[in-house]
Design a protein. Structure first.
Length: 157
């Protein structure tokens, strides 16, 4: 069984031309997977054959800017209307009180994290509910929503 699975992806036009080429890491043992690395192919002439026809090959030019087309498309996705209050509270708390964290170690990406209690407080401040203990239906929320979270809980964005 293989320790990793790589896939080469691209968008193909009807005429056969391709663009948006990228390598996707589908499965890997012992580390994170599911990310894509964009690249371009540069055609290089190696020489000519006897009738002056060029001999060419392709060289891979990795795009190291860190943004792929999939990442750009994912950032444009809309949140469901029911989650907009949560999204606003999370953005506010991460912007105001967030710290830099590396959840995957030095190899992983940097994220901004905030303690869960801070995000929870921001949610209750930004929500339009009459009180923090009442739901729009007039019923109390479940006890698990009002209980204190664990000391090590955090929210990240």
């Amino acid at each position: 069984m293989a320790d990793e699975a790589l896939a080469v992806l691209a968008d193909r036009y009807k005429g056969g031309a391709i663009n948006n080429t990228r390598v996707a890491i589908r499965k890997v043992r012992g580390t994170r997977c599911g990310y894509e690395i964009s690249f371009d192919l540069e055609v290089v002439t190696l020489g000519e054959i006897y009738d002056r026809e060029p001999i060419t090959t392709c060289v891979v030019k990795w795009q190291t800017d860190g943004t792929s087309a999939v990442a750009v498309a994912a950032s444009k996705e809309r949140w469901p209307t029911s989650s907009e209050v949560f999204r606003q509270a999370l953005r506010t708390s991460v912007t105001d009180d967030g710290i830099c964290a590396w959840p995957f170690g030095n190899e992983g990406s940097k994220v901004r994290a905030v303690p869960l209690q801070v995000a929870r407080t921001a949610f209750f401040v930004t929500s339009t509910w009459p009180t923090a203990t009442m739901r729009p239906s007039g019923r109390r929320p479940p006890a698990r929503c009002l209980s204190e979270p664990s000391k090590h809980a955090s929210a990240a964005a």
